[in-house]
Write a protein that binds this ligand. Structure first.
Ligand code: FAD
Length: 310
């Protein structure tokens, strides 16, 4: 892991910086590349602009490591309300939620009660619910709660991280239960005992897991494979494999983050792939934004440029 990446990830977890970073005007300006705005309506507007291009949205209200039950309950209420608003507008935006935003640090039962309330509304409104994956300390609880939720509601998916050694063992049970999997490379700072340290190893792991996920489609049990990446070479490799396996172009569903690889998103849609863009909003964007900078340290130049832009 490069020094810059490592430093940015350390900043993302630093409480002092989490509080003060968002007040820096040039950081606020630079974050706009990845976020259409802090309000739910900003997300809706951005989703509306993507729809004519054949791209649907996934949305997330940024927040993590919520330390007060009342705050976790407020986050839950927010998701329940916006799910209703989305359904009444006839939109197709899928929520993606972090369990530490629902109170996982306060206890699994508390987080599950909140998650269940959101899943209930998601189910009633015919939506699909995604659960994000956070640091390794949360992986067991995240998978356990996802499986529990899937036993109650059909449209449930979870994120898996290709950089973790364990993911190869975690995947089969999820496929068996028809739980959707959004595969990503992994965004946190993890030790080499748990995560592949080299990018080339992470990429190979991603491809091997992708192949297994495409095979999972044959189960016809609702399993939904999603590839959450901006890596154009990797997407081409997965699509070529899918074609050789006799799958249709639309069997490859790619999710990307708002503001990244826009041209590639349009190209994939034209070629028949399913594309969704994850749009984030909310005021607690600092750690999330630092992880975006860490993924591509050249992005730090956006921040520096925004200090001098008029
Ligand atoms: C829809 C979605 C959901 C995600 N959910 C999670 C989650 O729940 N848990 C988790 O740990 N991680 C999550 N991630 C982040 C993920 O783990 C990676 O950190 C991130 O996607 C970068 O990896 P990559 O696959 O794009 O490939 P990389 O090999 O890192 O990048 C490939 C190319 O994409 C472009 N690119 C990548 N990142 C950026 C960036 N930030 N800015 C500009 N260009 C960039 C660059 O051109 C780069 O060369 C999610 C990512 C996506 C797309």
């Amino acid at each position: 892991m490069s020094l810059t990446r490592s430093a940015l990830l350390a900043i993302s977890e630093n409480r002092w910086m989490r509080e003060r970073g968002p007040r820096l005007w040039f950081v606020r300006r630079a974050v706009r590349t990845f976020m259409p705005g802090e309000a739910f309506d900003d997300m809706l507007r951005a989703a509306g602009e993507l729809r004519p291009l054949g791209i649907e949205a996934v949305f997330t209200r940024l927040g993590e490591n919520v330390a007060a039950a009342a705050e976790a309950a407020a986050v839950t209420r927010h998701y329940v309300e916006v799910l209703q608003a989305i359904a009444s507008k006839g939109l197709r935006c899928e929520p993606s939620i972090k369990l530490t935003q629902l109170g996982l640090d306060l206890g699994t039962e508390q987080a599950y009660a909140n998650l269940r309330a959101i899943a209930e509304r998601s189910h009633e409104t015919g939506n699909y619910l995604w659960i994000d994956m956070e640091q390794t300390t949360y992986v067991d609880a995240t998978l356990e709660l996802t499986k529990r939720l899937k036993a109650e509601f059909p449209g449930v998916g979870v994120c898996l991280q290709a950089y973790l050694h364990r993911t190869h063992d975690d995947l089969p049970a999820l496929v068996d239960q028809g739980i959707g999997v959004r595969l990503v490379k992994g965004a946190y700072k993890e030790p080499p005992e748990l995560a592949y340290p080299k990018k080339s190893e992470v990429d190979e792991s991603f491809f091997r897991l992708s192949v297994a996920m495409l095979e999972g489609l044959g189960r016809n049990n609702g399993f939904r494979p999603v590839f959450g990446t901006h890596d154009t070479g990797m997407i081409a490799r997965i699509r070529a494999h899918a074609e050789r396996a006799g799958l249709a172009a639309r069997d490859v569903e790619v999710h990307m983050l708002y503001g990244i690889q826009r041209a590639e998103q349009g190209r994939l849609v034209k070629e028949g792939a399913v594309v969704r863009v994850l749009i984030a909003y909310g005021t607690f964007w600092f750690p999330w934004y630092m992880r975006r900078l860490a993924e591509r340290p050249a992005n730090v130049w956006f921040v520096i440029r925004s200090m001098f832009a008029g």
